[in-house]
Structure formats: structure tokens, C-alpha cells
Design a protein around this ligand. Structure first.
Ligand code: ADP
Ligand code: MG
Length: 729
């Protein structure tokens, strides 16, 4: 009998919520306690230095190296007062995680003792010996130098005893080796391009900020049960497990009362997040059992990305305090909803205008339409690339599955916005703009209610949905670094806005008045990007057919989806916007393919192990019991009667024999297929081989394991079942 499974189930059942003491102060008082934010900069830096640093942060002014020493001194003073002993450059290598290497402040003081030091040099740049981070061949080990360089636009923060300084990570030769460097470039590109377009409407605008509000979905699993599932432990998802009779059919979990152990986890998580200056706001049960969601108030994109990376680390840590493990994998369980990380994205000006929201005046609405249509154009032109930006071995299980956005990028606009675009498309120039006496220009753009956020007019099946004052990129995976999607989206929109400006300026030069020039270009764009607009059911098969006809990218194989990064139009877009060079794109794709292969490889190994060590032995043991029973029946009853009474068991004995034989054969074949794939030199071809041969083999093996789970004695089954994983909390 399997002891571990029953022991962990019993223990899990007995667990009580962990008491979480609320801080004595109000959230507004302890918010950002551990962040070297503007308030602390003001307090700890000389006023001149403070002013210069704020100029860097707010206006993107170049960093004056001469202030670094004083900033470092101020930071150190604050950190020491907070009891900090170490510092680290904190960066986002291409691993989907963050990296840090801690150093103590101590230096020799020359008198036999030590003193605590932190110089500007250490703040600004470091050279972590980081030759083992993925780099796609940019760094040969003999020139394995990589530099981390301070990103002043994201404030330093304290975790435990360590001062963490957000940094970019680049190669000795200047190429980006992380997500942050290209993200900052993409944000700069979209800022500049959007300001230029904005000035048609609001000449006073100096800066446009991209905003991101992510919604993080996750599962919580009791840690004992988690430990009894080697597949969860090693791969983050269950590689086998039959559906439990009840899962999410009754929709009784979604928005339901939060289970008490989970509520305690959320409470502690939120307190810690607020102390780190992460403005967490929303929490609720998600659709699948044991699935939950957390969302902060949106922030400037770079900061929001850092905060998401930070919160994922925090979730993992806090979950342990409550006897849980957090699953950030996009599809930990077959048959119930997977987890996404909706990226709510918009642009806003330094003057306080939300560019993705309609206004009261016709001119404001024209500005709104301009930004919406240009976004649609960017998404249309780069729909394959945007899909590549959210694709991974893990997200592949979610996309295209029944409850998640399909593996086709399209955009939902809703009835009101669709009607406005139709109206503009169908009207002539004269219909739309007329000169009307004293009032000057009259614009015939139908009124759009300012508050479009109407929940009935929502479409959960759309991967890129307009939701009133923002777009919601819903296809992003729960485990991913949002930066990957945000780099592609902001860069694509930047390129598109530059093109728009060029098109409009050309017409203006020919003597066309500004407004009608804008409208003319918009009308042309609405027609061009029509194929990306789809308000129907994205889960339906008809949509797949229709999307194909419309020429949208319908590729479903992740290694092939990655090819979109290297299409000429993608390379041109990334190079023109200054975000990534061809060399960087090629290297990053090598990393993507390699990561894909490794993830599938690990899963295949774990599945093979479990099949051979858990499933087949247990099934065989049960089969032996059945055989034993059949023999005993023979002793007990006359031949005919014994045969009749044992018929069912004989069937089971055969079924077990067939299924275990199938499993064994396919595990062996899968090992052989891996050997073949592993010999392939090209990372791309290797990933394709893993996708084409290993992934389907795993599915087949799983199918038979899940069938065995249904017939083998429950007492013998070693792995916690779905009903235990999903319903014990
Ligand atoms: P829902 O689940 O209804 O889509 P949530 O409240 O869970 O909404 O999350 C919405 C997210 O979108 C939040 O992070 C919110 O701050 C963010 N958001 C709201 N307005 C904007 C905007 N203009 N730009 C970017 N993000 C926004
Ligand atoms: Mg949402």
C-alpha cells in the first residue's frame, strides 16, 4: 500500500490557517517601506543629486556618472539603517526568473578590521561571473564577460538583509542578455513615436508612458501532496492524472469565498508586496479549483515588469510559510483551466491623457481612434511575432486548449468601437470633416461613452481584447516574464506610429489639412487591418478556418512559431526601433529553442521514470492480486461457474497487460526518439524533433496511465489524485 500518499492527504486535511499578524500601521504607512523611492531619495541624497536623479527617472535624461558615488552613499546609509548587510545587482536573464549574487558591504579598513562600503562604481556596473546564463552563443566562454548596469528608472529595494539594485544585463560586446535592456529600448521607442503623433492633437505633450497592469493567475497546492508528486516537483505540472469526477463544472469556485488557509496566504503576501511598493489591489478565486488570481494597480511598464518578477518570487516564498506550493505553470492540470497573466496595456501622456480611452470632444475621440487603429495595425502586421512572444513549451498547453485564447492572435473591439470604426471606414472624407462657421472644424465621429468598461461586452476568448481604456493581452503565460510580450508589443506599436506620422505628414505636405489627413490615413488603416478584428468566439473551429482565410498566423508548433522572430519584417521592425539587432534576435531564438527542448526533455524523463517506477509496478501488483483471485475462484467453484465469476477480472488482467505493455514499449521508444533528437546539431531542428516526436509520445503514454488509474486499486496508487490535489486546501 502506498503510505506516503495517504499520510500527506491526512496531514493536509488537518492543517489550519496560519495566523498572520497585521502590521500596526495602515497600508498607506508601510507601503514601500523597503523601497528606495523618491521620498527616500529626497531624504538621503543632497538636493542637487536628487534633482539630477529625478531628471533621469522622470525624463530619461542621461545618467551623469558623477552623481553615482553620492547616490550610492545615500542608498547605503538608508540600507544600513534598515539592517541590511549585503547588496546585489538584480536582473532578468533569459531564464524566465531573476538572478542575483549577493556581496557583503564589508571591505578591509587597512587596520585589521572591516568597514562597510558601497561606492558609485559598484552601484553603476558590475561584472557577475555569469557565463552559465543562456546567451544563444553571443558569449563564448573565453570572452564570457557580461555586465550588469544600474537601471535608475526602477527603484532599489530590500529583500531580507539584501539591497537589490535592478539592472540590465549585457554582453561585453554590448548585446542584450536579458529582458530589461530591450524592454527599456522598446519603451523609449514607443515614447518617442507616440509623442510625435500626440503632438498633432496636444502640442504640449513631452512624454508618453506605456502602462502595464498584469493579472497573475496561479494554483496553490498543499506542500505534502506536492512533494508526493514528482512530476509537479520537477516540471511544475502533472504529467498524468485522470480527471476527477468533479472539477470546475459547477463553477462554484470562481469568485467564491476564499478558503481560509488561502486567505491567510494572500494576507501575508499582500502585506509583503505592499512593503515592497507593489500596489496589489485585487484577489479572488479563479475558475479552476485551487486556482486564484492577484492583480495590482497598473504601473509604468518597466516597473510593473519588475514588480511581477518580484511578486512571483514572493509568492513562492510566502506559500511555504502556509504549507503550500504555488504553481505558476500555465497548465498544471489537464481538463481544468490553465493560468494566464493578462497584460493590460495602454499609453498615457505626461499631461495626464490616457491615449487608449475615448474623450468627450470629437478631437479627443479622433486621438483615441488614432491610437487604437495604430495599435490594431501593429498587432495585425506582427500577429505571428506577438504569438511568438507569448509562446513557450509550457504556455503551449494552455493556448488553443478549450478555456484559453486560441493560438491565433486577433483583437476584440466590442460593439461600440466596432461601429465607430465601421462608420469611419464607410464615410467619405467630406462626411467626416466639415467646416462649420465659427466653430471651425466639425468632426463627425460618433460619440463614444467615456466609460466603455461594460462587463457584458467582454470577450474572454480573445487574446488581445479592447476593454474600454486599454488593451488586454490575454495570451501571456502565467509563468512568463511579461517583458517578452511587452518588448514585442511596444516596439511594434512604435514602428507603426512612426509610419503613421510619415503617412500623415506626406498628405499635409501636399496641402491636406491636418485633421482630414489623419482621417484619411486612419480610414486606409482600418481597411488594411480588418483581418485582425474578430469579436466572435475565438474557441470555435469556424474561427480557425476563418483566420486561415484572413491570412493570420495559425501555426501551432511552438518551435515553428519562434521563426516569426526572424522574419524579415520582424528584424526590420526591431532594428528600426533600435530594440534588438538581428544578431540578438538570432541568439535569443537559439535560447528559446534550447529552452523548449530542455523543458520537454525533462518532462519526458520524469514521465518515463514515473511510468516505470510508479505506474507499471503498481498496476502489475494489482494484476497479480487479480490473477490470484482467479486461481482461487477455480479452486472454489466448478470450472464453468469459476470462469463466469472471473470473467470481469480476466478482462481487467488483460487490460492491465495491454496497457502496461503499451506504456513500456512507448517509454522505450521515447528514449530512442530522444537519443535521435539529441544528436541533432541545430537547436531549431532539435526543438522541432522534440515537438513532433516526444510531445505526442508523452500524450499517448499518459492516456494509458490515466486509464490504469481508473482500474487499479485506489489503496495501491502512489500518486495523489486530481481530486486530492485540487480540492484539499
Ligand atoms: P478584469 O479581471 O476585470 O480584467 P482586474 O481588475 O482583475 O480586471 O485587472 C485589471 C488590470 O488592468 C489591473 O491591473 C488594472 O490596474 C489594470 N488597468 C486598468 N486600467 C488600465 C489602463 N488604462 N492601462 C493599463 N492597465 C490598466
Ligand atoms: Mg482582466
Amino acid at each position: 500500500m502506498s503510505k506516503l500518499r495517504f499520510r500527506v492527504v491526512e496531514t493536509a486535511f488537518k492543517k489550519k490557517p496560519v495566523a498572520v499578524a497585521a502590521p500596526a500601521e495602515r497600508p498607506s504607512e508601510y507601503y514601500a517601506k523597503y523601497v528606495f523611492n523618491k521620498e527616500k531619495m529626497f531624504r538621503y541624497l543632497p538636493s542637487k543629486v536628487y534633482a539630477k536623479l529625478i531628471d533621469v527617472i522622470d525624463n530619461g535624461a542621461p545618467l551623469d556618472r558623477s552623481i553615482a558615488d553620492e547616490v550610492a552613499a545615500g542608498m547605503k546609509k538608508w540600507a544600513l539603517e534598515m539592517g541590511v548587510t549585503h547588496y546585489t545587482h538584480w536582473f532578468h536573464p533569459l531564464t524566465e526568473g531573476t538572478a542575483e549574487k549577493h556581496d557583503a558591504f564589508i571591505e578591509h579598513d587597512g587596520k585589521g578590521g572591516v568597514m562597510e562600503e558601497f561606492t558609485g562604481k559598484l552601484l553603476v556596473q558590475q561584472e557577475p561571473d555569469a557565463s552559465s546564463f543562456p546567451n544563444g552563443g553571443i558569449r563564448n566562454t573565453f570572452e564570457a564577460r557580461g555586465y550588469s548596469a544600474w537601471d535608475p528608472s526602477s527603484p532599489a529595494f530590500i529583500v531580507d538583509d539584501t539591497l537589490c539594485i535592478p539592472t540590465i544585463f549585457i554582453a561585453y560586446t554590448g548585446e542584450s542578455l536579458d529582458y530589461k535592456a530591450p524592454l527599456l529600448k522598446a519603451l523609449r521607442a514607443v515614447d518617442k513615436a507616440a509623442v510625435d503623433v500626440c503632438r498633432y492633437f496636444n502640442p504640449e505633450v513631452k512624454k508618453v508612458v506605456a502602462y502595464l497592469g498584469w493579472e497573475q493567475e496561479y494554483f496553490l497546492i498543499d506542500e505534502g501532496l506536492y512533494a508526493a508528486r514528482p512530476d509537479l516537483l520537477m516540471t511544475g505540472r502533472t504529467l498524468m492524472g485522470h480527471d476527477s469526477a468533479k472539477n470546475q463544472q459547477l463553477e462554484d469556485h470562481y469568485f467564491g469565498a476564499i478558503p481560509t488557509r488561502v486567505a491567510a496566504f494572500m494576507k501575508e503576501l499582500e502585506i509583503e508586496a505592499l512593503k515592497l511598493g507593489i500596489p496589489v489591489k485585487t484577489r479572488h478565486n479563479e475558475v479552476a479549483p485551487n486556482q486564484f488570481e492577484l492583480a495590482p494597480i497598473f504601473e509604468e511598464c518597466n516597473l510593473a515588469v519588475d514588480h511581477n518578477m518580484l511578486i512571483m518570487a514572493l509568492m513562492r516564498k510566502v506559500a511555504r510559510n502556509h504549507g503550500f506550493r504555488v504553481l505558476l505553470h500555465e497548465k498544471p492540470f489537464k481538463g481544468v483551466n490553465g493560468s494566464g497573466k493578462h497584460n493590460n496595456w495602454s499609453l498615457g501622456t505626461d499631461t495626464g491623457i490616457g491615449l487608449m480611452g475615448p474623450g468627450k470632444l470629437p478631437e479627443e475621440n479622433l486621438r483615441f481612434i488614432t491610437f487604437v487603429v495604430n495599435t490594431l495595425m501593429a498587432v495585425y502586421k506582427h500577429n505571428g511575432l506577438l504569438k511568438a512572444a507569448i509562446s513557450s513549451a509550457t504556455n503551449a498547453h494552455r493556448l488553443g486548449a478549450n478555456e484559453a485564447p486560441p493560438a491565433i492572435i486577433s483583437s476584440f473591439l466590442g460593439k461600440q468601437l466596432s461601429q465607430v470604426l465601421e462608420h469611419i471606414e464607410e464615410s467619405t472624407k467630406d462626411d467626416l470633416v466639415s467646416l462649420s462657421g465659427k466653430q471651425g472644424m466639425k468632426l463627425d465621429i460618433p460619440q463614444i461613452p467615456e466609460l466603455l468598461i461594460d462587463n457584458t461586452d467582454r470577450n474572454r476568448t480573445s487574446p488581445f481584447a479592447f476593454t474600454g481604456n486599454r488593451f488586454e493581452f490575454r495570451a501571456v503565460g502565467s509563468e512568463a516574464n511579461c517583458a517578452c510580450a511587452m518588448i514585442a508589443l511596444n516596439a511594434a506599436v512604435a514602428e507603426q506610429l512612426v509610419e503613421f506620422k510619415k503617412d500623415v505628414d506626406e498628405l499635409i505636405e501636399k496641402g491636406e489639412p491636418k485633421i482630414s489627413a489623419i482621417l484619411e490615413v486612419i480610414r486606409k488603416y482600418i481597411k488594411i487591418c480588418k483581418p485582425i478584428h474578430f469579436d466572435g468566439n475565438g474557441y470555435s473551429d469556424e474561427w480557425k478556418e476563418e483566420a486561415q482565410k484572413r491570412g493570420l498566423d495559425c501555426e501551432t508548433s511552438v518551435p515553428l512559431i519562434f521563426d516569426s522572430y526572424l522574419k524579415p519584417e520582424s528584424i526590420r521592425m526591431f532594428e528600426n526601433t533600435g530594440v534588438l539587432t538581428q544578431k540578438e534576435l538570432e541568439a535569443r531564438n537559439e535560447v528559446k529553442w534550447e529552452t523548449y527542448t530542455k523543458k520537454i526533455q525533462i518532462e519526458a524523463r520524469v514521465l518515463g521514470d514515473l511510468a516505470m517506477n510508479h505506474i507499471i509496478p503498481v498496476a502489475t501488483q494489482y494484476q497479480t492480486d487479480l490473477i490470484d483471485n482467479v486461481y482461487k475462484m477455480k479452486d472454489l467453484f466448478p470450472g464453468d461457474k469459476a470462469a463466469k465469476l472471473s470473467a470481469k477480472n480476466l478482462e481487467l488482467i488483460e487490460e492491465i497487460a495491454d496497457r502496461t505493455a503499451f506504456i513500456k514499449e512507448h517509454v522505450d521508444a521515447m528514449i530512442e526518439a530522444r537519443k535521435v533528437a539529441n544528436k541533432i546539431e541545430s537547436e531549431r531542428e532539435k526543438a522541432i524533433a522534440y515537438h513532433d516526436t516526444i510531445v505526442p509520445a508523452m500524450e499517448e503514454i499518459r492516456y494509458h496511465i490515466d486509464k490504469l488509474e481508473l482500474i487499479v486499486d485506489n489503496q495501491m496508487w502512489t500518486l495523489p489524485k486530481y481530486r486530492e490535489l485540487l480540492f484539499i486546501r
